[in-house]
Design a protein around this ligand. Sequence first.
Ligand code: LLP
Length: 431
Amino acid sequence: MSFFDYRDGVLCAEGVALPVIADAVGTPVHVYSAGALRHAANAFMSALRGLPSARFAFAVKANPNGAVLRLLAECGYGADIVSGGELRRALDAGIAPADVVFSGVGKTDQELIDALEAGIGQFNLELEEEGRVLAQLARRRGMRAPAVLRVNPDVDGGTHAKITTGRRTSKFGVDIAGASDMYDRLAQLDGLDLQGVALHIGSQISDLEPLEAAYRRIGALVLDLRARGHPITRVDLGGGLGIAYRPEDVMPSLAAYAAMVARVTRDWNVSLTFEPGRIITGLAGVLLTRVIWVKPGLSHPFVIVDAAMNDLARPALYDAYHRFAAVRPDGTTMVANIAGPVCETGDMFGTDRTIDHVARGDLAVFHATGAYGAAMASSYNSRPISPQVMVDGDRFELVGDRTLPFDTPAPLGCKPRTAGSVFDAELTQAA
Ligand code: LLP
């Protein structure tokens, strides 16, 4: 099911033609589909709902937009957070503190205190000392902090090196080899209510095998901890499921994932937590952009768009592929390099790509930008953080404003503008 489709030759987000959004808000703009968000959120939950007491905490880092978080909260999602800022956004979106899980390898004392005082449901400990500090902070407040120990299972997620987290050499979790002894020590602390273990081996995982291997390792750890007398009631299986960015990408189905989880965890007798990010919001967003120039190149032209690596960092950071499509395709194609205006050679969205034919002034999109798109935006080159729009049926709403950080007084381009103003319409027509 696609929520971004052509109607009468024009790409629409649900019932709204994208040129209407470009006219109202300007470009570049991140456009989300509420229908696509609900669809993905419900599909993930219903695939796993059969499992005993599964809990769902959306990984806020994938898309921290308030409107997105509110919608997911309505669908029954809690939040997996990694900073005080994400805590605030989750609570502002109406997510109950008890449904918040605090991951992250470097939580500051202030962040721990704020989360304790908010009454969050679970701290995922990344090292023994963090457990001791948290226990102390909790005891001083007459509290016991609900916590699990994040374990590093030493399994390669088989994904891009920069987003694999489950190898022993990475900074995340505690080495599984010493995890039981550490658990024994942490379980003795008054200020901690240690309830189980957690893992997360990476993101954009396209194969169930490494996930299964990691889950089996943690299952063996659960048995060992029980044998040591610990009442293990929670296991947090993290996130990581990938999405299809290219038309030819084949990803494991949710049904296959759910069947694997059911098989592996059958005898664990725990409440499972899932922390999905990308699979919930990734396909629910596009980055709408306008072609500034088609500049001749050595072998192929450069299609220079008004979106850049500051709006969508994934291609520059991970050589990630995002499908490019014209909003009003004329049925012909061209081979081109797609580039942003930022003054870095790496500000490229693709090279030697066969794409819809586009010309100066045309609108186009990068697909599948709903996760780690706007979330990773910067204002590099003093480009504003792009606005965000939520479409629901045939209505749309501005849910994130164009802003330019660094306190520039009255910055140029910070007011919503009409799309045409990027160009001088008369000149464009005359050309
Ligand atoms: N839980 C933890 C502890 C995580 O570190 C992450 C992602 C997630 C859950 C959610 O993972 P997901 O279901 O979205 O794969 N910026 C990169 C992705 C970084 C992911 C970091 N951790 C990208 O654009 O590909």
